[in-house]
Ligand binder design. Structure first.
Ligand code: G
Ligand code: G
Ligand code: MN
Ligand code: NA
Length: 256
């Protein structure tokens, strides 16, 4: 209950921080974009990871305002990087949308307003929607995704493989990217367990004109497996954890 009360005030008190995790192009090793991941700097409890407060934020509806704040912050940051580090102009920023946020009636207006305010071109923004969100209301989801796609925004299906997504619906959704859940990559160890399943997901995605990001890549063996089956992008501790702005800027300075 304490957490819930504190959460209510955390936005006004500017206690949230956005971290950024690089997403790396498998073929070149270059950064293709970042995923924005929120953190809560609690005044007495310290640093709180989202798994501990996103569910509460979702239940209380707070996640809607928080989500818009993260979106605005991430787009603003990307716009700043665009002039500071010209190479970032080719990069995308991925932002997570919670189920509750996705089904808000004014979602589209809110997103358009953030893009207008920050000046970030829509094609540089990618929204991550989880499998469970997408399967909630297939007709409504499909309509919403098409509206977002028509604005020029990119779309990723997050945590793929963990939910109950019916494969038959995938072609109705105008998705650019499938993100293979970390649990599949975990077991893609030295002996290549899960290799066939991941390969099948990659092939399916390609047949549907989608590309693939593997999440939670921690070893070079995993990277080599993913490279060999044509997985376009990778994200994980092998490259970088989610990092604060200053650490990302160090990486960008070194890279460019
Ligand atoms: O790095 P990690 O501990 O950041 O993230 C844990 C979980 O919290 C992930 O499932 C991630 O999708 C979710 N998450 C992180 N940031 C956000 C956010 O801004 N909005 C929503 N809805 N979920 C987020
Ligand atoms: O949105 P999503 O549920 O995919 O959030 C990504 C989560 O995965 C975040 O909690 C992030 O910190 C975490 N993460 C990112 N890379 C790695 C990794 O290589 N290994 C592990 N164990 N977790 C990771
Ligand atoms: Mn995500
Ligand atoms: Na994910």
């Amino acid at each position: 209950l304490k957490l819930e009360t504190d959460l209510r005030h955390a936005l006004e008190r500017s206690e949230f921080v956005v971290y950024y995790q690089p997403i790396v192009v498998t073929a070149t090793g270059q950064i293709g974009g970042f995923e924005a991941l929120v953190r809560w700097q609690h005044p007495t409890l310290g640093f709180i990871i989202p798994n501990r407060f996103i569910p509460t934020a979702e239940e209380t509806g707070m996640v809607v305002r928080l989500g818009i704040w993260v979106l605005r912050e991430a787009c603003r940051q990307m716009y700043v990087w665009q002039s500071k580090f010209p190479a970032t102009q080719a990069m995308e920023i991925s932002v997570n949308l919670s189920g509750r946020q996705f089904f808000q009636s004014d979602l589209l207006e809110q997103i358009c307003q953030v893009l207008a305010e920050t000046g970030l071109p829509p094609y540089r923004l990618k929204l991550e929607i989880t499998e469970s969100t997408i399967m909630g209301d297939v007709v409504k989801t499909s309509s919403l995704l098409h509206q977002l796609r028509d604005i020029g925004i990119k779309l990723s299906l997050d945590d793929f493989g963990t939910g109950y997504s019916s494969l038959s619906y995938l072609h109705n959704f105008p998705l650019n990217t499938i993100k293979i859940d970390r649990s599949f990559i975990d077991r893609l160890g030295v002996n290549g367990e899960n290799r066939e399943i991941i390969e099948a997901i990659v092939d399916l995605a390609h047949k549907l004109n989608m590309n693939v990001i593997a999440e939670g890549v921690e070893t070079t063996q995993q990277l080599e497996h993913l490279r060999s089956i044509g997985c376009e992008q990778v994200q994980g501790y092998l490259f970088a954890a989610p990092l604060p702005v200053e650490a990302i800027e160090k990486i960008l300075s070194a890279e460019i």
